[in-house]
Design a protein around this ligand. Structure first.
Ligand code: EZ4
Ligand code: CO
Length: 412
């Protein structure tokens, strides 16, 4: 069948999401996630102005050909805007192919390699008592693996720590849903790497003492360290047996990971801001990482991320797909189908979306005993309620950024 219609839907239930909806000549629909946190409208324009006209009249069944046409045909390759747009087309066509076949997408990818996906959530607290409460709260929500972020003495506002309750979560403190972070200008946070490096090992020691050796613990360094600082932190955290240390250095300088690797056996995860297999090529071939953090939404879709993960599998590197709330329920569903099918699944990041988001996107995934499963609806298993989406117009929102004590802008 040919593609008859392609619409770009920008909606902001709890937060902004960009969704591509493709309709075929016989009325089948497919959804794709193109959300790029803080730069949403750039992808809306890329899709609506440049990609939609190319889709109309195309054969819906030709997923790989459409991907290659959009990637190679544009001449300008890679980059988050381009790859989020291509990802949305790819996801929507897989959704349609599943519906056409009457099968969930994971069946088309080779079928289930496991019964469910181990997922981790985000515990945080400005101090240890708050952090412990947050870990317990996550355990009560069913999480069996938990990311730990804390405040650092002397710093007022630090990445990943909620400082106020969120309405979207009935008063639960959530750093990704704070109204203060959704203003018309980005919020400024502060940073000091030496204080952080002094403080963090003690936090992990306390968490291990309180919660025992079994619980898988993760931590996100959010690109803030130099190679030698990252090596030092990885080494200092070894006694606490982390599942992974994420984004220890900025991902642009990939050679830096060689130095980190020489000094520590703490597993490393990288790549939530990477966009193509080329960005991962050296990291994978040189075995500089243990987990691929790429998201379906930012890596050009299911087709492209599957190739990257198949390549990673040759080096015993596993998936650790990015799954914050700025990946829409459509992007999360795509991640779950892919994660269920591949052999080298590692872990899936999962932060629950808010109630308004769940009212716009009707979903069929399950969350039981700390495990996700995409469900068995044909396609991706997500439907978008256009009327409901229309109730929540786009709101300008930026990610926060960082300055050191002397005012220097630091990596965020
Ligand atoms: O900063 O999703 O691991 N998760 C993260 C996230 C990212 C945001 C960026 O859009 O690092 O909190
Ligand atoms: Co991260």
């Amino acid at each position: 069948m040919t593609i008859d219609k392609a619409e770009v839907i920008l909606t902001s239930p709890d937060r902004n999401f960009v969704t591509l909806k493709i309709t075929t000549a016989d009325g089948l629909t497919g959804l794709g996630d193109a959300t790029l946190n803080g730069r949403e409208r750039a992808v809306v324009s890329y899709l609506a102005d440049h990609v939609v006209p190319l889709l109309l009249g195309r054969d819906e069944s030709r997923i790989e050909d459409t991907w290659q046409f959009l990637y190679r045909g544009a001449y300008w390759r890679r980059g988050p805007v381009t790859m989020a747009a291509i990802a949305a087309v790819d996801m929507a066509l897989w959704d349609i192919k599943g519906k056409r076949a009457g099968m969930p997408v994971y069946q088309l990818l080779g079928g289930a390699s496991r019964t469910g996906l181990l997922a981790y959530g985000h515990a945080s607290g400005k101090d240890l008592p708050e952090l412990f409460d947050s870990v317990r709260d996550h355990q009560e929500q069913g999480y069996r693996a938990i990311r730990i972020q804390t405040g650092v003495p002397g710093l007022k506002a630090v990445y990943g720590i909620a400082s106020q309750a969120s309405d979207a979560f009935g008063g639960e403190a959530r750093y990704d849903h704070e109204p203060a972070r959704r203003g018309s200008l980005p919020m400024e946070e502060d940073w000091d790497t030496r204080s952080y490096l002094r403080h963090l090992p003690g936090v992990f020691e306390a968490v291990r003492n309180e919660f025992g050796p079994e619980l898988p613990l993760l931590h996100d360094g959010h690109h803030r360290m130099t190679p030698i600082e990252a090596a030092k932190l990885g080494k200092a955290l070894e006694p606490y047996d982390l599942f992974w240390l994420e984004d220890c250095t900025p991902a642009e300088n990939q050679e830096a990971l060689r130095l980190v690797r020489r000094h520590t056996t703490t597993p490393l995860a990288i790549g939530e801001i990477l966009n193509t297999v080329w960005d991962f090529k050296d990291l994978i071939r040189e075995q500089l990482i243990d987990y691929v953090r790429g998201a379906v939404t930012h890596m050009g879709g299911i087709s492209a991320l599957k190739k990257t993960l198949d390549y990673a599998a040759m080096f015993q590197i596993k998936s650790g797909m990015h799954g914050p709330t700025d990946i829409s329920p459509v992007g999360m569903a795509a991640a779950m189908h892919l994660g269920l099918a591949i052999h080298n699944f590692g872990i899936q990041e999962y932060m629950r979306h808010g109630a308004k988001t769940d009212s716009v996107f009707r979903q069929s995934f399950t969350w039981e005993n700390g495990m996700l499963h995409p469900g068995d609806e044909p396609g991706l298993g997500v439907e978008l309620d256009v009327d409901e989406a229309g109730k929540y117009p786009y709101e300008q929102a930026y990610l926060p950024y960082n300055r050191l004590a002397d005012g220097t802008v630091h990596d965020w």
